[in-house]
Write a protein that binds this ligand. Structure first.
Ligand code: ADP
Ligand code: MG
Length: 233
């Protein structure tokens, strides 16, 4: 079974007379445990694609199946359950709550996720065991992004969706975050989708999807992806 299947998916935004096809008849399949990089210029439709997979938005046409479930046919309540249980999100802006400590930020997902993992374990996995009682503002950007990754993983999701996760980081810190995401993919067998305009990231992917004007230009499987060290960042 494919973990993700998008069949003839379109997302059209209507603004009065104007119609914007953010996604235009997209067909894609991803397998469990793959590290997928979606590339495209600004405005190509990358975030729209990710938002549809994450149940943050619904397609205008087409079918989206994640983990065997047709998420394009869910009610609002079912969609909320899907977001809570099945997907972890990592955004360019870390979206941590400034008045909660690191561990409290991660533990919040226990309120919504049906099968959460230990907040301590996840913070250990991202190398932040020594920072759990600090506030986000006391951490560097890279550390804050690692907290947001720990929080996403603590939901124990089937799939991790990352929108420009290194976009706000310097390249050295960005590489560290990518290394971490790749190790979560390999060690926890998580399916990870990263959307980015940074071409360099493609080298380490199992699958590289190129999006342009809302259309899939290409979808390549790389049998022998590079290690993070081999990429010229
Ligand atoms: N809420 C929206 N309303 C109208 N147009 C939108 C909306 N969200 C995105 N778009 C348009 O859809 C296209 C794709 O956007 P997006 O998926 O955000 O691209 P990317 O993430 O690749 O930069 C762009 O032309 C954008 O302006
Ligand atoms: Mg975007």
């Amino acid at each position: 079974m494919h973990i993700v299947e998008m069949r003839d998916v379109s997302r059209v935004y209507r603004n009065g007379e104007h119609e914007q096809r953010a996604l235009d008849h997209v067909n894609l399949t991803f397998e469990e445990g793959q590290f997928i990089v979606v590339l495209g210029q600004s405005g190509a439709g990358k975030s729209t694609l990710l938002n549809l997979l994450g149940g943050l938005d619904a397609p205008t046409e087409g079918t989206i199946i994640v983990g065997g479930k047709d998420i394009s046919a869910l009610s609002d309540n079912e969609m909320a359950d899907y977001r809570a249980a099945a997907v972890g999100f990592v955004f360019q802006s870390y979206n941590l709550i400034p008045t909660l400590t690191v561990i409290e930020n991660v533990a919040l997902v226990k309120e919504i996720a049906p099968h959460p993992l230990s907040s301590h374990d996840m913070l250990k996995a991202v190398g932040l065991s020594d920072h759990i009682h600090q506030f986000p503002s006391e951490l560097s950007g890279g550390e804050q992004q690692r907290v947001s990754i720990a929080r996403a993983l603590a939901k124990n999701p089937q799939i991790l969706l990352c929108d420009e996760p290194t976009g706000a980081l310097d390249s050295e810190t960005g590489v560290m975050v990518l290394k971490l995401l790749l190790s979560m993919c390999r060690e926890m067998n998580k399916t990870i989708v990263i959307v980015t305009h940074n071409q360099n990231i493609a080298g380490i992917a199992d699958v590289v999807v190129r999006v342009r004007n809302g259309k899939i230009q290409s979808c390549e499987v790389q049998e022998h992806p590079l290690s993070v060290e081999e990429v010229d960042w």
